[in-house]
Design a protein around this ligand. Structure first.
Ligand SMILES: [Zn+2]
Ligand SMILES: [Zn+2]
Length: 363
């Protein structure tokens, strides 16, 4: 019988602890998950540093998969013990207007009350709802959480990418990418590379990836990119127009900088669509000649926030085996080595694409 669970905690901004806590039992409608993998997202480092509100004390981790370990009373999901599942980070109320129209990433529930409308591992303090973050050996899946079975054929090192792939699928869907269209993706981080795969799967005829790291540009080829550009020189706009005369049908910005957002507007064709999928943080402000870049060119500017509606296509794409997803998981660490994993990410360790934490198996 398991007695304790292992958890990473951000007690306050700038601090990381690993601790043992009593293993919980699920309440009505809840499940207990034994977490098998948790991906590290750049957002987690911003959370640690207090850049995203004040959710402390926080158990981070919003990209996790696991196995059903215990089913609480009154469960209606029909999942069996031992089933592998992915849980969406968004815990929507399913009752507000935004939830009812499917945009549950915009759930209007008051964030000051714990429970619905919140994001696991991001904005639910541990003293409000314990066991609600994925950097842990165990997590309690809230009654309102959305749970997906992971097909047995999907490798766990691919399945752990389901949340960032769901973000990518939402971005491509927001951009209404159609068969035969051209797509430029700025920022080939994990989400950008997965956007290339999702755009390619949506039928894009040309997928141009723009990014400064040569290894990532090369890797993007196996995720559907048809051309790669460095983007740091003066000539990016003319280089893109040389490949795609008139500009791209769709540009997806996943670098998370206002400079890249401005560049995206210069790379899209007249009447095209620009998807803003990268978070820029609280500081910088986008300044553009709006008549010249937006109004007179009738650009559709489409922010894409989190993963709503993205898990279903993401799981289908993972199961298709069409792209070498496991090659993105380049670094795997025991959960207790979270500080070393963070340091490797911050030092921009060569070859690191996606770092994943694996809790120690306990019985
Ligand atoms: Zn993330
Ligand atoms: Zn809602």
């Amino acid at each position: 019988m398991i007695q304790t669970a292992e958890q990473v905690l951000f007690p306050r901004a700038g601090q990381v602890e690993v601790r043992e806590v009593p293993v919980p039992h699920p309440g009505p409608g809840e499940l207990r998950l034994r977490i098998t993998r948790a991906g590290i997202c750049a957002t987690d480092l911003h959370l640690r540093d207090g850049h995203i509100g004040d959710p402390f004390p926080l158990v981070p981790g919003h990209e996790f998969i696991g196995v059903i370990d215990e089913v609480g009373p009154a469960d209606v999901r029909g999942l069996a013990l031992g089933e592998s599942v992915a849980v969406e980070m968004l815990v929507p109320c399913q009752r507000c207007d935004r939830c009812r129209e499917g945009r549950y990433n915009l759930c209007q529930q008051d964030l000051d009350t714990p429970g619905p409308g919140r994001q696991l591992g991001v904005n639910i303090p541990d003293d409000a709802v314990p066991y609600a973050g994925g950097y842990a050996s165990h997590l309690i899946v809230p009654a309102q959480a959305i749970v997906h079975r992971i097909p047995e054929t999907v490798d766990p090192d691919a399945a752990v990418l389901v949340e960032p792939l769901a973000v990518a699928c939402r971005a491509v869907s927001r951009g209404r990418v159609r068969s035969g269209e051209s797509v430029v993706i700025i920022g080939p981080g994990p989400v950008g590379l997965l956007c290339a795969a999702a755009a390619s799967a949506a039928g894009a005829a040309a997928v141009v990836v723009v990014g400064g790291r040569a290894e990532r540009r090369t890797l993007s080829r196996s995720f559907g990119s048809t051309a790669q550009l460095d983007g740091r020189g003066e000539d990016l706009v003319s280089d893109v127009h040389r490949i795609l005369p008139g500009g791209a049908d769709v540009v997806i910005e996943s670098a998370g900088s206002v400079d890249a957002q401005r560049t995206a507007l210069m790379l899209v064709r007249r009447g095209g669509r620009v998807v803003l999928a990268g978070a820029c943080g609280a500081g910088p402000t986008l300044q553009i000649p709006s008549d010249e870049l937006l109004l007179t060119r009738e650009i559709d500017l489409l922010p894409s926030f989190l993963s709503a509606g993205g898990f279903e296509p993401a799981l289908a794409l993972l199961a298709s085996g069409r792209f070498p997803f496991t090659s993105l998981v380049t670094h795997v660490y025991p959960l207790a080595d979270v500080a070393r994993a963070f340091a490797d990410i911050e030092n921009r360790t060569e070859g690191l694409i996606k770092a994943v934490l694996v809790p120690e198996e306990r019985s």
